[in-house]
Design a protein around this ligand. Structure first.
Ligand code: NAD
Length: 433
């Protein structure tokens, strides 16, 4: 599953050749290691608005190269004032170190009424997405729209974005709303005393999600089909969790899950619908069975499980549901009408359930992975696989841990204001951008 181009381009000779020939030069992405500083350099802040206190808390004195540049654009209420972005970033953008972070904070345009303010805040998207494309050396840029009154809710999001945990997330627009503020007792183990269910946990992205949630303190119930039994037990043992063999599409799966969690854990805090399958064929060649299998695992079963857990009150307060969509669900893909339909449906699930979850003090969000190095993508023909790796701002595929870290940010109790989001973990893929 290793990327031969990445290995070549990161070698001494490869760096020389790729720079001479103007070929993509993928950087070695800095990923989270316990005990290491979140960023490799200090954070410089700028701008003025409602998030002054937040900015002060995150500014760290020190000279370039910077680890992060954070700009509060919430004070910008007409297009002329957008010049402040240029004034702040122009002199310092080249001083952002490798794997640096740019974060712009704004106000959700849909919550504003004055036309110039809506225009100016919406304009931030174009700025951030372009900065993300210009940045090199594994750096990222994101826009965070913070609702009025949600200023205390932004902490977990800034901690995630201003760290190596968001290594493969770039060019994203995130919305943070006002919600009950819940600070974890320990930011190193924010999920202590929480119980999580991860479906499809025996390998690939699911196994990484189980590992990261367990690292953050959760007891993880790892679910997969019986045929994956031995790999599933291995993962569950490794993370100190429990293994649960179950086909998520079986009619009694929701009732069995409700019973399992109520009897053993008095409910569940975090549900990650990661199990997913592909049955690729162009539409004209696709059988009904191939269509049904994908829609059933990737979408219908998730709706039924949500319904079962919510009706039984088994999802505890400040609970989390996380869907795993895909950029195929955003951009569409040849040979994947079934898969893309299911993954777009996951986005619909997030949007439609978000208000209900908020009313219960909980959230629902989704990740949309791009090209992630797993067994699923190892099965893709070589040429398409290599194109998938290169067609993004990072010029490389992501790792399962990148998806897992994003889910851990959603799962954090302090992310109570992060609801109804679909964040792409795709290195700013050109597909569906
Ligand atoms: P994978 O095939 O390695 O793992 C999927 C797991 O789901 C397997 O362990 C499988 O046994 C399990 N599963 C399948 N059907 C099940 C069922 N009926 N009940 C219970 N478990 C079942 O896949 P992966 O690459 O790790 O992908 C994980 C998720 O991420 C999937 O939803 C996939 O669609 C999504 N995704 C992956 C990529 C990528 O690049 N790998 C990109 C976008 C989205």
């Amino acid at each position: 599953m290793s990327d031969p181009y990445l290995q070549f381009a990161q070698s001494g000779f490869g760096r020389f050749v790729t720079s001479r020939l103007g070929l993509p030069r993928p950087a070695r992405l800095r990923r989270h290691r316990p005990g290491q500083p979140a960023l490799a350099g200090p954070v410089l802040t700028g701008g003025a608005g409602r998030l002054d206190a937040v900015l002060k808390a995150h500014a760290t004195g020190g000279d370039a190269p910077y680890g992060g540049l954070v700009f509060d654009a919430t004070g910008i209420d007409n297009p002329e004032q957008l010049r402040a972005l240029h004034a702040f970033f122009n002199p310092v953008i080249r001083q952002l170190g490798p794997c640096g972070r740019v974060v712009v904070l704004g106000t959700p345009p849909e919550e504003l009424t004055s036309v110039p303010a809506v225009v100016a805040q919406r304009a931030l998207e174009g700025f951030v997405r372009s900065v993300a494309k210009e940045l090199r050396s594994g750096s990222t840029a994101q826009l965070v729209y913070v609702s009025e009154g949600a200023e205390p809710n932004v902490e977990s999001t800034l901690r995630f974005l201003l760290s190596a945990k968001s290594a493969y997330v770039s060019g994203q627009v995130i919305r943070v709303g006002a919600a009950e503020v819940v600070e974890p007792l320990d930011w190193e183990h924010p999920l202590a005393d929480r119980v999580a269910l991860v479906t499809g946990a025996s390998r690939g992205i699911g196994a990484a999600i189980a590992e990261v949630l367990a690292r953050d303190g959760a007891h993880v119930v790892c679910l997969d089909i019986a045929a994956q039994g031995s790999e599933l037990s291995e993962v569950a043992n490794r993370v100190g969790g429990s293994a649960l063999q179950m086909d998520i599409t079986s009619p009694d799966a929701p009732a069995r899950l409700v019973e399992y969690f109520q009897l053993r854990h008095e409910g569940v805090d975090i549900v990650v619908h990661n199990a997913g399958i592909t049955r690729d064929k162009t539409l004209a060649k696709m059988t009904e069975d191939q269509w049904d299998a994908v829609l059933s695992v990737n979408l219908a079963s998730q709706l039924r499980v949500n319904d079962g857990l919510l009706k039984a009150g088994a999802l505890r307060r400040n609970g989390r549901i996380v869907g795993v969509s895909s950029i195929a669900g955003i951009a569409g893909n040849v040979g994947q009408t079934n898969y893309a339909t299911s993954k777009a449906g996951v986005i619909g699930m997030v949007r439609s359930l978000a208000p209900e979850l908020a009313s219960r003090g909980s959230t629902i969000n989704a990740v949309a992975p791009g090209f992630i190095e797993t067994r699923m993508t190892a099965a893709v023909p070589l040429f398409i696989r290599q194109a998938g790796r290169l067609m993004n701002s990072m010029s490389q595929g992501g790792l399962p841990v990148d998806v897992a870290e994003t889910i851990a940010w959603y799962a954090n109790p302090a992310s109570s204001g992060v609801n109804g989001n679909v964040v792409r973990v795709c290195g700013q893929s050109l597909l569906g951008a």
